[in-house]
Design a protein around this ligand. Structure first.
Ligand code: SF4
Length: 353
């Protein structure tokens, strides 16, 4: 029997596009139709990314001490969350951490710093780190996530070899001011535009579970489609104690899968990345979610711990996927885990801090 989601997938594969009504129907699909929904969305995933999973690794260059007031963030002004706070890793520390992630199976390193935006000195630090990283690992993809960019900063990063820039819209324009007041939605969009203009691949996504309506989730995803985001991290709110969102639990595992499926239908050929909150919210549905998403972060997130890297790699392989770009032996020694071997390579092409 052909389901409405199958028909939608066929229409998209033939060159059509999902409408806002289609996206809402996906989001509101009854749990009894979850498997049919995933099967339909996986046709799009397979058409564009085959059985590959892109593995990303976060290096937290600077943690906490942020003057902004993003209500969901453990590093925000006024947050009482008990996180590690430090100001800038050294170049060697960054290379060590990035190297561990790359040897563990990642192909992209996301260098993240807290704060409203970088100073020109910060940009120079990241430029130097990138040059050093690329010298040691020529195939690495580097994504920077440093906050709001000013004139010329995106160009400097691109010139140093940075490949992508992450700046999440986080939520719908119509919901933005309810979750942060120290900068605007337009500020965020401006930075994504600067990155794109400089030739950096735009990476922008959202956080689900911030009190937004279904319509606002749809609004956010269509905004990401219009912004031409190449990669779309989908975060699920981790309600840190000591933040305004503590004790906010709006998500269920099936809801999270539906959100990822909606992202796949709306942006079928974009990298849909399962990001922060994966273990906490998807729980035993993480593997099912990989049938629609094609990317994840390995191991730890910014201020919380992800599941161990080796278990991530095993989950990928156990479900018949291959790690994108992992033809060679992948070592987990530096992650404190035994060495494992990746089989095969793919061909297809941050964060709730
Ligand atoms: S999300 Fe970024 S800008 Fe907002 S409070 Fe956290 S570190 Fe600061």
């Amino acid at each position: 029997m052909t389901t409405q989601f199958d028909q939608l997938a066929s229409r998209i594969l033939e060159g059509g596009a999902a409408t806002e009504a289609d996206a809402l129907a996906v989001l509101r699909a009854p749990d009894a139709e979850l498997v049919a929904l995933v099967a339909a969305a996986s046709r799009l995933r397979r058409a564009h990314f085959a059985n590959t999973v892109k593995v990303n690794y976060l290096v937290n260059l600077k943690s906490g001490l942020c003057p902004e007031n993003c209500n969901y963030c453990s590093q925000a002004l006024g947050s009482q969350a008990p996180i590690l706070k430090y100001s800038w890793l050294s170049k060697d520390e960054t290379l060590d951490q990035a190297g561990a992630g790359l040897r563990g199976g990642a192909t992209r390193v996301c260098m993240v710093s807290s704060g409203r935006g970088p100073s020109d000195r910060d940009i120079e630090k990241v430029a130097e780190m990138t040059e050093a990283l690329k010298q040691e690992y020529p195939d690495v993809e580097v994504c920077a996530c440093l906050g709001l960019l000013k004139e010329g900063q995106a160009e400097r990063l691109r010139g140093a070899g940075v490949d992508a820039y992450n700046h999440n819209i986080n939520t719908a324009a119509s919901h933005h001011d309810a979750i942060v007041q120290t900068h605007t939605y337009a500020d965020r969009v401006d930075t994504i535009g600067r990155a794109k203009t400089a030739g950096l691949s735009p990476c922008s996504g959202l956080i689900a579970g911030l009190g937004e309506s279904d319509e606002q989730l749809v609004e956010a995803l269509f905004a990401l489609r219009d912004l031409d985001s190449d990669s779309i991290p989908i975060n699920f709110l981790m309600p840190f104690d000591g933040t305004p969102f503590e004790n906010t639990w709006e998500l269920t595992p099936t809801r999270c899968v539906k959100i990822l499926a909606m992202a796949r239908f709306v942006c079928p050929d974009r990298e849909v990345r399962i990001a922060g909150g994966r273990e906490m919210h998807l729980r035993s549905l993480q593997a099912l979610a990989l049938q629609v998403a094609n990317s994840l972060f390995l191991g730890d997130y910014l201020t919380s711990e992800g599941q161990e890297a080796q278990r991530d790699i095993e989950m990928i392989r156990d479900n018949g996927f291959v790690v994108l770009g992992a033809e060679e032996e992948t070592s987990h020694e530096t992650l404190g885990e035994p060495s494992i071997r990746q089989r095969g390579a793919g061909t297809a092409t941050p964060a709730n801090a």
